[in-house]
Design a binder for this molecule. Structure first.
Ligand code: ZN
Ligand code: ZN
Length: 95
C-alpha cells in the first residue's frame, strides 16, 4: 500500500495548544486537537467586545465587559465624583 505509507510518513504527534493533549495530524499547521480547543484559544486571543456609547461624553467605543459604561477611566471617575458630590449635598430636593 504505497499511498498509506506516504500518508503515515507525514503524520506527526502534536500537542494541542489549547488543552495540551497529544494528537496525530498529517498537517504541519494544525495546532489544536479539536474545534472546541481552537475556538477557546481564539476567544482568549480576541476578548469579548460590545459596542457601547459612553455614559459621560456619548462617544462610541468597544467595551470588553458588559458592565463597562464609559469610554475611559477619566470619564468613569468624573461621573463617579459628580455622583458623590450630589450624594454629599445635604438637601438635594429630589425626595
Ligand atoms: Zn485540545
Ligand atoms: Zn467618554
Amino acid at each position: 500500500m504505497k499511498i498509506d505509507v506516504s500518508i503515515n510518513r507525514n503524520i506527526k504527534i502534536k500537542h494541542c495548544e489549547g488543552c495540551g493533549l497529544s494528537f496525530a495530524s498529517s498537517r504541519w499547521d494544525v495546532r489544536y486537537c479539536s474545534v472546541a480547543c481552537k475556538q477557546r484559544a481564539y476567544r482568549a486571543r480576541h476578548p469579548f467586545q460590545i459596542a457601547r456609547r459612553c455614559a459621560c461624553c456619548g462617544v462610541r467605543f468597544m467595551a470588553t465587559r458588559r458592565s463597562t459604561r464609559y469610554c475611559c477611566n477619566a470619564h468613569r471617575q468624573k461621573v463617579y465624583r459628580e455622583q458623590k458630590k450630589l450624594a454629599a449635598l445635604p438637601e438635594t430636593g429630589l425626595e
